[in-house]
Every structure is written in C-alpha cells, then in structure tokens.
Ligand binder design. Sequence first.
Ligand SMILES: *Cc1c(COP(=O)(O)O)cnc(C)c1O
Length: 218
Amino acid sequence: MKQCNRTEAPRIVAVGKWKPAELLKEAYDAGHRDFGENYVQEVAEKAPQMPKDVNWHFIGHLQSNKVKSLLEDVPNLACLETVDSEKLANKLSTQVESLGRDPLSVYVQVNTSGEETKFGVEPDKALDLARHIHEECKGLRFAGLMTIGMPDYTSKPENFECLTRCREEVCGALGLNTSDIELSMGMSGDYESAVKMGSTNIRVGSTIFGARDYENKR
Ligand SMILES: *Cc1c(COP(=O)(O)O)cnc(C)c1O
C-alpha cells in the first residue's frame, strides 16, 4: 500500500458494507483500488469476486477468533484499521508470521468521543498500544491512528483534534515522523472538515455507493 502523507490528497477508502460486489466492481473499473469492509464474512465473500490488486481495508470490530479467517480469506488485505487491544495485536502478529505474509499495516483505533459503546482505546492509552505494536509485534507495522468519532457516525472537530494530538504524542515518544503515520478520520458526513484537519485516509460509504438499506444488515 502506498504511503499517504500530507503533501498528497488523502486516500479515499470506498466503504462497501451491505453493498453487492457488482457495485464495487463499477468503482474498480473507474480506477478505484482502495476498498473498506466491516465484516469478516462479507469481505471474505467479496475479495475473491474482485481483482487481486484491490487494497482492502478492514474497518470493523475484529474478534480474535476471526483473525485467522480474515487473513486467510483476504490475502490482499492492505490494512487493518481497528486494532484496539494488545491481545488482538498479538494474535494478528502471530498469525501473519505463521502464514509467512509480509508485515500487515495496522492502525490503532482511538475512542475520541468517550462513548462507552464505541470500540477503540482511550486517547491516553493510544501510546501504550502503539508502542506495543511497534516494538513487540514483528508481524505488524504500526502505520496510523483511526477514529470513528461520534456514535451517529459523524465527528466533531474535537474528535479530529484529539486524534491529531494522539499522533503527536505517539510519534514524539516512539521517534517516528508524523508524516509516516496516517490519520484515518472522516466519513460521508464529515470528511470535508476531516481533510481540512489533516486526515490522510477518509472512509466514505454512502456518498459513493448510496444510502445503506438497513434491512440488509447482517
Ligand atoms: C460504515 C462506515 C464508514 C462509512 O460511513 P458512511 O457514512 O457511509 O460514509 C466509515 N467508517 C466506518 C468505521 C464505518 O463503519
């Protein structure tokens, strides 16, 4: 996956959850390569239907017991954006190594809204998890931070500022360049302000593929 930094336009991850592979294929044929999915079963079904040069981003909550099938079923997984525990990081790293894959790029998911129902680590725990991945997980590459923002899938400027501050803290402590560490923030409702605030990776679903039909929810 090509590194994205502030001097370039942010990467647009086209989020296809609950949308058929045919629709994703249209975006692919128009030249798009970065696609995001939330569910292991869904991406495992879609990946074989799409060309091999797709960069899949996993953006849903991942349970440890699904790690193996995600990595096996999606050999072209480019990035896992939702690491939120050492346990998950360890499991991923071990599995990547045992499959003989190249190190997998991962982002640490940060809960910037303080909502108890949201996954992700608290902002003051982001450094610990990033350090663990960077220093202990040979199968992983710590590549960025991700946030969803508010429970209604919008973000406030405070959420974006919080993630930006986390990146400064993490990069300062681990001796990394901020331009090498991505900020995954912004969705259909808020990507414009996210981009203004330095997002390098926006995750856009309904604006690209149309509103999701909640009847089709898995
Ligand atoms: C569904 C989803 C998106 C895309 O949401 P839209 O509002 O349709 O753009 C982005 N990120 C995550 C984590 C999602 O679950």
